[in-house]
Design a protein around this ligand. Structure first.
Ligand SMILES: [Zn+2]
Length: 329
């Protein structure tokens, strides 16, 4: 039987409204617990810091989990671990984002690092995501709404999806679907429209950004793959992470990935760049010569890790030398 995962229950409000009498384990990433501890009253028998996204680390944490439910506090690192552990142990998961940094709060897969790339494993979506806009507003400027990159990646992801279609390189389960492509374009437009308010962290802007992430995830859930939002810009980010070291925020890798891949695809990047800048996504963390050397390695990287076909598979020296890497407005 085929299945289609749901989104988590999404609750917007103040964290001090959470009433949970269960004994729980709290997973958190560095620096995030302090942002919420004064608002939360949980019966936490374990406080567990998540330090990396690897199966080895998660299996060590597995032994430490106690209680009836798992809370994940922070960004993608905590929630990816929580989804893995919750699925393994059959425990419900409550997720409390301290930043809107990725779409992982809403998806059913856990991203982990192995053999030089990011891989996704089917685990389960969190049962509940509790979003407190006040907490997000107090998060670091460059992190708090950087998750817009996981919606703006639609611009390059859908281009790749169509590119693969034209080259007859989409496998059976990932056939290009013009109706879905249309719908996801609407989500991209909604994200561009809310970028400035999301960057300012108004309640309405953050809510719309979260909704855009949820719509993007739900659409991918329905079709069973992430091609409309994940393509060469993510491959660039995965390869960049290997070069630059783990632990860099997702948006700081995907953001430049979107810029450079969109240009390689021949797209105008003005609006994408403006949206990312208004959300304070740093676009200049990777030096230009490092970007070019990552691009040179990308076709081989894609084949090695069996990534779905996109422009990254077809980059030539000439394309890489001539692409404009000036991201200043
Ligand atoms: Zn992503």
């Amino acid at each position: 039987m085929q299945h289609c995962w749901p989104l988590p229950l999404i609750q917007y409000g103040n964290l001090n409204e959470i009433v949970d009498l269960r004994d729980v384990s709290v997973l958190y990433s560095d620096g995030t617990w302090d942002a919420v501890k004064s608002k939360l009253s949980l019966n936490a028998s374990k406080m567990i810091k998540v330090t990396e996204a690897t199966l080895v680390h998660w299996n060590v944490l597995l032994e430490r989990i106690t209680g009836e439910a798992i809370y994940a506090v922070g960004g993608g690192l905590a929630v990816d671990a929580a989804k893995y552990l919750g699925a393994k142990l059959g425990r419900p998961i409550v997720c409390i984002p301290t930043v809107i940094s990725v779409d992982a709060f809403l998806t059913w897969a856990s991203g982990y690092r192995e053999n030089g790339c990011v891989h996704y494993m089917e685990t389960k979506p969190p049962d509940t995501v509790f979003v407190d806009f006040e907490v997000i507003r107090n998060a670091p400027l460059t992190m708090r709404s950087a998750g817009i990159t996981d919606v703006l990646s639609i611009a390059t992801g859908r281009h790749d999806w169509k590119f693969a279609h034209e080259a007859q390189r989409n496998p059976e389960g990932m056939k290009f679907d013009p109706a879905v492509d249309n719908m996801i374009a609407g989500v991209l437009n909604a994200a561009m429209a809310c970028a400035s308010e999301a960057g300012e962290c108004t309640n309405a802007g953050l809510r719309r950004l979260f909704e855009c992430l949820a719509m993007e995830v739900q659409l991918c859930n329905l079709i069973g793959h992430a091609r409309p939002e994940e393509g060469s810009e993510h491959y660039f980010a995965y390869a960049a992470e290997e070069v630059l070291g783990k632990g860099l925020p997702h948006g700081e890798l995907v953001g430049p990935g979107i810029m450079v891949v969109a240009r390689l695809q021949g797209q105008d990047t003005k609006l994408l760049e403006r949206a990312m800048r208004t959300c304070h996504v740093p676009l200049n963390k990777i030096p230009a010569d490092t970007i070019r050397s990552i691009l040179r390695s990308l076709p081989q990287f894609c084949v090695k890790h069996n990534l779905p076909y996109g422009i990254a598979h077809e980059l030539t020296g000439k394309m890489i030398e001539s692409v404009d890497l000036d991201f200043s407005e």
